[in-house]
Structures are given as C-alpha cells and as structure tokens.
Design a protein around this ligand. Structure first.
Ligand code: PYC
Length: 313
C-alpha cells in the first residue's frame, strides 16, 4: 500500500493539490529531466493523485521536489487530469500558501524552480502572493483559424509558461451559466488549431484557450479552457501572463501599469509587467493573488483497489 501526503488549497476558486510526501523518487538533475522521468516512469502516480476517485478533472497537482539550485526554496512539477503543465500561476500561489501553512516558509521573497524556469514569489504577511513568472511573449498575432460551426476566428498565440490561443470578444457571453457553451466553443477552437497545425514556437501544441471580454468590474474578464477540458475557475496565472504579453506587444499596457484580470467566477488577479530587455516584446509578468488551504491528509493507494491509479478516460 502506498500513502501520499497532500495539502489542498484553492486560488481564486481553482484547486491545487500539493504532494508533500510519498511521491516517486525522481533523482537529482535539472527539473526538465525529472519531469521526463515522472512522465515516462510514474504516470500512474499523476493519475492516482488528480483523477477520480481521489481527485477531479479540475484539480491541478503539484509535486514538491528538491530544487537543483539550492538558492531556491523549492522545486515543483505541475500536472493535471491528462498530463503535465510547464508552469501554473494559481498552482504556484497555492504552493506558497501550502508551504506557509506547514510552517516551512515565512513571509518574504522565495525562488521556485519549475520545468520551464525559475519563478519568484513574494509572500506577504496577509497571505497575498505576488508571483514573478517566466519570461512571456506573443509568438503570433491575429492568426485566423476556421472553426466548424463558428466560422473564421482570429486570435494571438502567446507563451505565459504554457501555450495559449487568445481570442477577444467571443460570440458566447462570458458568464458561468454559459460554461458548457464556452467549453464547447473553446474545445472546437483548440481542435481546429491542432488540425490546421497552428502551434506555439518549435511546433509546441497550443493546449490552453483563453477567451476575453470587457467587463465593468475589471480591465478584462476571461474564460480559460485547460488541456483536459476543465475550465480554470481562477483568472489563470499563466493565461494572465500571456494576455499581458499581448497587451505589451500592442502598446496597450505600459510597464508597471496594473491590469485587473477577472476570471469566470468573478474572482481576480492583479497583473503588471516589466520589459525583459527594455523591449515590450518579451516581458516578465507579475501576478498577485491569494490561496486558501482547504484540506490536508493522506491518499491511500491499495493494491486491491481497481482504481488505485485513478480513473483514466
Ligand atoms: O493558473 O497558470 C494557471 C493555470 C494553468 C492551468 C490552470 N491554472
């Protein structure tokens, strides 16, 4: 029988399950190598932790690992119901809240290693976290894709730690009541991108779709569809980073200017950026949000359990 120790939290409504003990041994080395080992040798662990009957499609898992760079507070590998994430903004805020809950860190600046680069997180005494994400950029501007049933759709392709296709003013209103319709629309869009071979840099699959609209309470409201067809309950940290990269590239947001990004539940992150090398083409986004710890416990994986490794569909 295996026992996995975890702490659950949510960040603006989006859940994160941090594995703090009992995870697979991935050895030393750079995080991309350890991610590769997790993918090829321990994928059953991923599924057992986040899929039913112990988890749910919406849950993002975070395996806490020793950082390679000892100046970092922690290393982390994020995963979900169908695979692995490069970075996860809400998940990093959840990880920081978890480490604080466990008494392992104090308010202050922390560096965290992820497979796509080191990020930093400032934990404030009120529990708010400001994450400085990996360098983000727009890769393609206003690409047109034909979506069956929806016609031609235009959007930007941008990197914010994951690959996004960002569409402004979609034909479906961004309300939680329209969640199924939004999911259907965003999924059709994602499938069309794949079919037409529209990718991120180096042929990387675009596995997140972000729909945005204007809203009275914030600078923008979004709906983000994640790779496993669950929608992000939060405004999505990497999605907000990708959005900031597009705004910066278009000259619509100045360095340091605050962008209030609302998600589909009405919760918000505050974003801003600094140019990476003095140019608005590559930016370092900052995302501020707060996570709340919701549970702490042990997952039991019994050899007799037909769903020991989770339900995979
Ligand atoms: O907050 O970056 C994020 C995220 C990615 C997928 C779900 N949340």
């Amino acid at each position: 029988m295996s026992v996995i120790e975890f702490v659950d939290s949510h960040t603006a409504g989006e859940p994160t399950r941090v594995v703090v003990g009992g995870g697979p041994r991935l050895g030393d080395g750079a995080l991309p190598e350890r991610l590769q080992r997790l993918m090829t040798e321990h994928d059953a662990f991923r599924s057992a932790v986040v899929n039913e009957p112990r988890g749910a499609d919406v849950l993002v898992g975070a395996l806490l690992v020793e950082p390679e760079d000892r100046t970092c507070t922690a290393g982390v590998i994020f995963f979900n119901n169908v695979g692995y994430l490069g970075m996860c903004g809400h998940g990093t805020i959840g990880l920081v809240a978890t480490l604080a809950h466990l008494g392992r860190i104090q308010p202050g600046q922390h560096r965290i290693e992820t497979p796509v680069g080191t990020v930093s997180a400032l934990l404030r005494s009120n529990g708010e976290v400001t994450l400085e994400n990996v360098v983000s950029y727009r890769y393609l501007r206003q690409v047109e894709v034909h979506v069956p049933g929806a016609g031609p759709v235009r959007g930007d392709v941008a990197w914010g730690g994951n690959w996004f296709f960002l569409v402004d003013s979609p034909p479906v209103e961004l309300t939680i009541a329209n969640c199924d319709k939004l999911t259907e629309y965003a999924w059709a869009l994602r499938c069309a991108l794949n079919r037409h071979n529209i990718t991120g840099e180096g042929g990387a699959e675009i596995d997140h779709v972000e729909l945005s609209t204007s809203t009275p309470g914030a600078d923008s409201r979004n709906f983000v569809l994640c790779p496993g067809k669950a929608y992000d309950r939060s405004p999505c940290g990497t999605g907000t980073s990708a959005k900031l990269a597009c705004l910066a590239a278009d000259g619509k947001l100045a360095p340091g200017q605050v962008w209030r990004q609302e998600g589909i539940l009405g919760t918000a992150f505050e974003g801003s950026y600094r140019p990476e090398n003095g140019t608005p083409d590559r930016i370092v986004p900052s995302i501020t949000g707060k996570a709340h710890v919701t549970a702490q416990g042990r997952l039991i994986l019994h050899p007799d359990d037909p769903f020991r490794d989770g339900i995979r569909v």
